[in-house]
Design a protein around this ligand. Sequence first.
Ligand SMILES: Cc1cc2nc3c(=O)[nH]c(=O)nc-3n(C[C@H](O)[C@H](O)[C@H](O)COP(=O)(O)OP(=O)(O)OC[C@H]3O[C@@H](n4cnc5c(N)ncnc54)[C@H](O)[C@@H]3O)c2cc1C
Length: 296
Amino acid sequence: MLLLPKFDYHEPESMKSAFALLSGLKANAKIIAGGTDVLVNMKKGLISPKYLISLAKMEELFVLEPRKKSTAIGSHVIVSELAESAFLWKNFPVIAKAASVLGSPLIRNRATIGGNIVTARPAADLPPALMAVGAKVELKSKKGRREVGIDEFFLGPGKTVIRPDEILTKIIVNELPPFTGGDYIKLGHRKALEIAIVAVASRITLDKPQGVIRNARIILSAVAPQAIHAVSAERILINEKPTEKLIERAATLAMQDCRPITDIRGGEEYRKEIVKVLVKRTLVNAVKAVNRKRQK
Ligand SMILES: Cc1cc2nc3c(=O)[nH]c(=O)nc-3n(C[C@H](O)[C@H](O)[C@H](O)COP(=O)(O)OP(=O)(O)OC[C@H]3O[C@@H](n4cnc5c(N)ncnc54)[C@H](O)[C@@H]3O)c2cc1C
């Protein structure tokens, strides 16, 4: 059995105290949210912080505020709440779907959206979904507040722009334009408790019913050090009608947009083929979602 090393535990009740602890304890301290990564890494001896600063008593980080123009999701909202939110399924189904396939019920009941973002795993489920809807994150420290687009937040596996004295406080998602649809599909060896071999989040916005595509985001996950845009695939969709032929072309281009590795869960060529299949499926489902909304 793997045992945890010794550490001191702090549970500040205000952001002010959390910032004071962070700046006082500096490199010896680590923030803990759900602990599903932190505690595992401590047990494995990969990290050994002397102090853990829990965010569990910071109520302002628990909000999921359904607003029309822009929605704020507190960084301490747990994944199962995202997966069960009727508001998210209606307005941002890509996020709700990604949350619903993250880990197992046990993990979803502990893991937080903030932790899933800050961990910056190449195959994490929520970052691609948040990139598909163009989310921003709010970072706060004693010195002030800044907003960073989710595309700019990740620097590589386990690396982000967050500074040691900062806390990720919320995720902000603007209302999506009309005639928008999206989907998230993850392929793993098993149905539950599986890190993605490949995952794709897509989102399109048409200019009008049966119209042309005005905005397209195709995010590929687990095929590069961090989730990436399938740039050339996104580009050829713009100002075109979403026909089967166009979607097929976009899916083929997406294969060239990624640079997967070969590892125990899948080879490079296999992963590229899966990218093609999943891009096609998510785009077809995105178009269907636009049409479904119109019928309501
Ligand atoms: C068995 C198992 C299965 C898993 N399956 C999946 C899966 O299918 N898909 C998937 O994406 N992940 C999976 N994970 C990974 C994990 O559950 C997620 O990465 C989780 O979302 C991390 O959130 P947490 O709240 O537990 O973070 P923690 O472990 O508490 O923290 C993670 C990191 O984020 C930092 N941090 C947390 N919150 C903040 C904040 N607000 N501000 C600044 N820094 C912060 C911590 O300091 C730490 O570095 C799995 C993990 C396990 C153990």
